[in-house]
Design a binder for this molecule. Structure first.
Ligand code: EPU
Length: 431
């Protein structure tokens, strides 16, 4: 090898074959806490966010709020935000590159300063991910929108209510519009909105700030005001983390009590888990017990969709389960055009899959074999860890920094459930 500089990176090493057993608590939702953190820019009052997960994306958002002039105190799982001294309306491109969700700064910064300058996000490993709907909304709301030198420049001379219909359903697009309109006096209407539980959680926090929000199907009415108050808000449990543990339990043939679960946010996922042979029993008080009903898991057809459909964020993890089901399954990924990267890695582990555009067909195999695999994005990483749990021998999942963006200490939680999982820092020569 000619390279003289040794690069180091984290990998997760898994010895497969141990059924998960015990109890695990689900953390607060990543995709809920991020818009909640951005909503603090709408007020000068203190905001308290409870049950915030300890994640890289949360840290990056806190860094951004501090860069803009807010103070943030962390105490256990609570984040106290003091946004009184926010003075900047510019989100650097580096921050947006680290975390696409920083586009959520557009709405609140425009609301607060009537100006915002935000780095333009590029595509990412799961697709092109344009933000045309966000920008179309801001234009309709009366903002001048200009893109130059990698930045989006927004300026609104005066704030007025708007009636806007999204051409496609977008989660952060809906949230950006809600955040902006929360500061606009008069009644605005948003049509064809996303109904994800995280969007509804944001609506609950905005109501606490004094915004009037009502909902009929996919139509939301918002009546904002200038002086919004602070809030105390507990983040909803992460439905994707809960689904990930459910799948991991079923594929390993274990039995796990999962705490802090909102089953009402997970109907499509739980129905599919039951269909393929998993058992999910509600114990009440946010607790469920998950196990496997059938020796041979059944194949299935899964189509991802906007909430309340089957979430794209569970597609990769569920795909692993179908790789060991008896028979032929198919997944149709309707939300993102390039979210099958994990299947190329699963092939290295012996999975029989055929990828055709947005569809993948899977012929179940008896078992997967350990291999060295690469993570390409957050949910792909989780799926490869799950695959490692059931594979024969050793699996090394590389580039696990993706996991840290959205799972709170996944390997520690799995270890407590009896899995043989460890994180290693390896040098470039060893990987
Ligand atoms: N889209 C457009 N134009 C837009 C906005 C979206 O064409 O202006 C397209 C996207 O390219 C995609 C589809 O619409 O094909 C849906 O994208 P959406 O805007 O809903 O996604 P997002 O808001 O960028 C959030 C989550 C994602 C999750 C998706 C879909 C956050 C911070 N992120 O992204 O979470 O996959 O909704 O549910 O809430 C993850 O947690 O791993 C993750 C990627």
């Amino acid at each position: 090898m000619t390279n003289t500089t040794l690069s180091t990176c984290s990998v997760i090493k898994i010895e497969g074959g141990k059924p998960l057993k015990g109890k695990v608590r689900i953390s607060g939702s990543k995709n809920s806490v991020l818009p909640l953190l951005f909503s603090t820019l709408l007020t000068s009052d203190t905001c308290l966010i409870e049950d915030s997960p300890d994640l890289l994306d949360v840290k990056n958002t806190v860094d951004l709020l501090e860069f803009l002039g807010a103070k943030v105190q962390k105490s256990g799982k609570a984040l106290k935000v003091f946004p009184r001294d926010v003075h900047s309306f510019q989100t650097p491109i580096e921050t947006v590159r680290k975390m696409r969700a920083s586009v959520l700064s557009m709405g609140p910064l425009l609301a607060r300063f009537q100006r915002a300058v935000v780095g333009l996000p590029g595509g990412c490993s799961i697709g092109k991910r344009p933000i045309d709907q966000h920008l179309k909304f801001f234009s309709k709301a009366g903002a001048k929108v200009e893109i130059k030198e990698g930045y989006i420049f927004l300026e609104v001379p005066y704030k007025k209510p708007v009636d806007f219909s999204f051409d496609i359903i977008t989660v952060t697009g809906t949230e950006n519009a809600m955040l902006y309109l929360s500061s606009v006096k008069g009644k605005s209407v948003l049509r064809n909105i996303a109904l994800e539980p995280e969007v509804m959680d944001l609506a609950r926090a905005l109501r606490k700030m004094g915004v009037k929000i009502s909902l009929k199907g996919r139509v939301m009415e918002i009546e904002g005001k200038e002086d919004l108050s602070g809030f105390v808000h507990k983040v909803i449990p992460d439905r994707i983390e809960a689904g990930t543990f459910m799948v991991a339990t079923v594929v390993t043939g274990g039995e796990v009590i999962i705490e802090n679960v909102r089953l009402d946010h997970m109907e499509a996922v739980v129905a599919k888990i039951r269909e393929v042979g998993g058992q999910v029993e509600n114990l009440g008080n946010g607790r469920v017990v998950v196990s496997r009903n059938l020796k041979d898991l059944k194949p299935s057809y899964v189509e991802t969709a906007e909430y309340p459909g089957f979430p794209t964020d569970m597609q990769a993890q569920f795909g692993v389960m179908l790789c060991i089901a008896k028979g032929r399954s198919e997944i149709y990924e309707r939300i993102f055009e390039n979210r099958f990267q994990h299947f190329f890695e699963l092939k290295k582990m012996g999975a029989k899959v055929e990828i055709n555009g947005r569809r993948v067909s899977i012929e179940g195999v008896d078992r997967l074999k350990g291999a060295k695999v690469n993570s390409t994005d957050l949910r792909a990483s989780a799926s490869l860890v799950i695959a490692g749990l059931i594979a024969e021998g050793t699996t090394i999942v590389k580039d696990v920094h993706h996991l840290d963006r959205g799972y709170e200490r996944l390997e520690e939680k799995l270890k407590k459930l009896g899995a043989s999982v460890e994180r290693l820092r390896l040098s470039g020569y060893e990987i």
